[in-house]
Design a protein around this ligand. Structure first.
Ligand SMILES: Nc1ncnc2c1ncn2[C@@H]1O[C@H](COP(=O)(O)OP(=O)(O)OP(=O)(O)O)[C@@H](O)[C@H]1O
Ligand SMILES: [Mg+2]
Length: 238
C-alpha cells in the first residue's frame, strides 16, 4: 500500500458566514478498505468532500490525495474518481455517449468505455437515452464516469441514495471489489443501517466535528448496531 493513495485531512475548517460547516477536522483514509464518512444531515460531509475535490475553498486546513491538494494533481481524473450528488446528464445522450464525452476529455479509449460499461453492469441500458433512466441507473452512470480514468482513489457522496435493497447489495459488492483491488474508497452516508453493511472503517462527524474514527467493529463489536453506537457517541442527540 503506497502513501500515494492516501487521503489526508488536517485541521480542515470551513465557515459559510455564521455557519461553521466543518471545524478542525483531521483524519486519514487508507487504501484497501472501504471507509464510511457518516453523520446526520447537515453534519458537514458534502462540504468536506467538496474541499477534498477542490470545489470549496477551506477557511483553513488542508485536504490532500496522495500528499497533494486536488488543484496540484497532475492527472486528477486518473487519481481520484468522484461522485457528488448533484450531477446532471444531457437527457438526450445515451450513457455510452456520455462516457465518450468524458472519456475524450481525459484521453481514454473506446475499449475503456466498454470495460467501464461492463464493470458497472450497464450493458443493457448503456445505449438508451439518459432521460429515461431510473435513479439506480443514474447512480451507475455516475460511478461509471468516475471509474473512466481507473483512479486509485474513489470519493463518493451518498452513492446509496435512492437505491433499492438490490441496488445497495450491488453497491456493497462493487465497493468491496474496488477496495480489494487496493483502491482507497471513501463513501459518505447519512443512513447508518445501510452504511453498516458496506464499510470497514468509519469516520463519524456531527456538527462539523469528528466524533469517532476507527474500525466499524470498534463501534459495533459489543453487539450494538451502528445506529445505537452513534446515539451513544452523540449523547442521543443526532
Ligand atoms: N454553500 C453553502 N452556503 C451556506 N451554507 C452551506 C453551504 N454549503 C453547506 N452549508 C451548510 O454547511 C452545513 C453542512 O452542510 P453539508 O452539506 O456539508 O452537510 P452534509 O453532512 O453533507 O448533509 P446531508 O446529509 O444533508 O447531505 C449545513 O449547515 C449547511 O447548511
Ligand atoms: Mg451531503
Amino acid at each position: 500500500m503506497t502513501m500515494s493513495n492516501q487521503v489526508m485531512v488536517r485541521g480542515l475548517t470551513r465557515h459559510f458566514g455564521q455557519v461553521a460547516a466543518v471545524t478542525d477536522l483531521s483524519f486519514t483514509v487508507e487504501p484497501g478498505v472501504v471507509t464510511g464518512f457518516l453523520g446526520p444531515n447537515g453534519a458537514g460531509k458534502t462540504t468536506t468532500l467538496r474541499m477534498l475535490l477542490g470545489l470549496v475553498r477551506p477557511t483553513s486546513g488542508t485536504a490532500t490525495i496522495g500528499g497533494r491538494r486536488y488543484a496540484d494533481l497532475t492527472h486528477p481524473a486518473r487519481t481520484v474518481g468522484a461522485v457528488l450528488d448533484a450531477s446532471s446528464f444531457h437527457p438526450g445522450r445515451s450513457a455510452r455517449n456520455h462516457l465518450r464525452v468524458y472519456g475524450d476529455m481525459i484521453g481514454c479509449s473506446e475499449r475503456r468505455i466498454d470495460e467501464v460499461v461492463d464493470l458497472l453492469g450497464m450493458p443493457e441500458f448503456a445505449d438508451r437515452p439518459v432521460r429515461g433512466f431510473s435513479t439506480g441507473m443514474r447512480q451507475r452512470l455516475n460511478l461509471a464516469t468516475a471509474m473512466l480514468g481507473d483512479p486509485p482513489v474513489l470519493v463518493l457522496d451518498e452513492p446509496g441514495n435512492g437505491l433499492d435493497p438490490e441496488g445497495i447489495a450491488w453497491l456493497r459488492r462493487f465497493l468491496r471489489a474496488m477496495a480489494d483491488e487496493g483502491r482507497t474508497v471513501l463513501v459518505s452516508s447519512h443512513v447508518l443501517s445501510e452504511a453498516e453493511q458496506m464499510v470497514d472503517q468509519v469516520l463519524v462527524i456531527r456538527r462539523g466535528r469528528l466524533m469517532s474514527a476507527g474500525p466499524l467493529a470498534g463501534l459495533t463489536g459489543d453487539g450494538s448496531t451502528l445506529e445505537q453506537a452513534f446515539l451513544r457517541l452523540t449523547g442521543g442527540a443526532a
